[in-house]
Write a protein that binds this ligand. Structure first.
Ligand SMILES: Nc1ncnc2c1ncn2[C@@H]1O[C@H](COP(=O)(O)OP(=O)(O)OP(=O)(O)O)[C@@H](O)[C@H]1O
Ligand SMILES: [Mg+2]
Length: 400
């Protein structure tokens, strides 16, 4: 009998789909960013004065997810740094992803590192780190760029004090200046900010509009030309990935993921070419991961509600009325020692689940008994198990 792993390894090793898979990875920054020439030029124009020693304006960059904000910013900073090196101007660049470094302490520690000093993980007060940063920057005489990517995450977690301090820092510096590039995909974010922070952060603004289907097609073709082997993509594949991603608010990340995963599926199957069928499979895979992730990170009461829906669907397969659902939800909550939410709140949660594509709520007519709302679950038991497996209280109640 042949070992199934042997045949898997030989399929993967024999696969000829990718020439360089790394170039399809989401964090790979390509040198070629079509349809962003305007943004690249504008950003470079704003930052270029730093090469002559004057402080560039702060910039606020926004646009929906996957529109190239991070890629363009990293690209321009890389070019700027290289130009600086060429002419002997030392620029301090700190690229901080505020989703990962979501405390003021971490952000300041990263900034210190860009200015040339390592700060211990803990042990100092935030204000002490801030003072050190000011001293360091001034002593180094370097122009510092602080790129705060996904800056909304920081503000949502800790408020806008750190941003406020940073935008004021120049008043305390004597020999040098710092300049802030804030990036967000949360278009409402600016409204939450202290008006003083808003006006200094937004000295310049740069908008990244969503890509259209034909722009995505271009982007994909150019990335695919170096990432895939010749003649491994069926004619309609790139067009289909672009069209599907254009529906997802013109998200280049989604388009690239679709194409990369389609290629991976083709390789796993030992197929010589990527077909539209592979793209459809990739789409389903991404959708499944999205749903699992959304459910996994939901608040406890929503998860109990989903579990109740799942248990209700088990009986007749078709879900249940909002009344039945509420009763089951309440009794499970009480069993767990929790106070159930009100019927009104639960009704809001049901609407939210409906909007996210996790549940389906529809009003059905019961003849002369009037109309009732029936809710059912739209995700499979398999996905549900995956999403709730880390939650011992809820996960254990899923039907086998
Ligand atoms: N014009 C382009 N050409 C080639 N690749 C691109 C282009 N725009 C975006 N990409 C790629 O698409 C992916 C998403 O882009 P990026 O990470 O820059 O989006 P973003 O606007 O920062 O999104 P988010 O708001 O979610 O952080 C990345 O892999 C990036 O390399
Ligand atoms: Mg980004």
């Amino acid at each position: 009998m042949t070992d199934p792993l042997d045949s898997l390894f030989s399929r993967v090793l024999g696969a000829r789909i990718f020439a360089d898979r790394e170039r399809m990875r989401p964090d790979y920054v390509p040198d070629d960013l079509p349809h962003r020439e305007g943004q690249i030029l504008k950003l470079a124009e704003i930052l270029a004065p730093s090469l002559k020693g004057s402080r560039p304006s702060n910039i606020f960059i926004y646009g929906v997810p996957g529109t190239g904000k991070t890629a363009v910013t990293k690209y321009v900073l890389k070019k700027l740094e290289a130009e600086g090196r060429k002419i002997g101007v030392d620029l301090g660049l700190a690229y901080i992803n505020c989703k990962h470094d979501d405390t003021n302490y971490r952000v300041l520690a990263d900034l210190c590192e860009a200015a040339g000093e390592r700060i211990p993980f803990t042990g100092l007060s935030t204000s002490e780190v801030f003072r050190r940063f000011v001293r360091l920057v001034d002593a180094s005489g370097k122009m510092i760029f602080a790129v705060l990517d996904e800056v909304d995450a920081l503000v949502k977690k800790t408020g806008d004090k750190a941003l406020y301090d940073l935008t004021r820092i120049n008043q305390r510096l004597e020999r040098t200046r710092i300049s802030i590039v804030g990036i967000t995909n949360d278009l409402k974010f600016m409204e939450y900010l202290d008006p003083r922070v808003r006006s200094s952060l937004g000295e310049e603004e740069l908008v990244f509009p969503p890509y259209g289907a034909s722009e995505l097609e271009d982007i994909l073709s150019r990335r695919a030309a170096v990432a895939f082997n010749e003649d491994t993509l069926d004619a309609g594949v790139i067009k289909l990935c672009a069209a599907l991603a254009a529906k997802e608010h013109g998200d280049a990340r989604r388009a690239l993921d679709l194409l990369r995963i389609s290629g991976e599926i083709a390789e796993r199957n030992g197929d010589p070419r990527v077909t539209e069928e592979h793209v459809r499979m990739a789409q389903r895979e991404i959708e499944r991961d999205r749903v699992v992730e959304v459910v996994r990170t939901m608040p406890l009461h929503s998860r109990i509600l989903i579990l109740s829906l799942h248990l209700l669907s088990g009986k007749g397969g078709k879900g249940g009325s909002t009344g039945e659902l509420y009763d089951l939800y309440s009794s499970i909550s009480k069993n767990m020692g929790l106070e159930p939410l009100t019927q009104r709140r639960v009704s809001d949660l049901i609407n939210e689940l409906d909007m996210l594509g996790i549940a389906n709520a529809k009003v059905v007519s019961k003849g002369r008994y009037g109309r009732t709302k029936v809710v059912s679950l739209s995700i499979s038991t398999k996905n549900l198990k995956e999403a709730l497996q880390d939650d011992p209280r809820v996960g254990v109640l899923i039907r086998r």
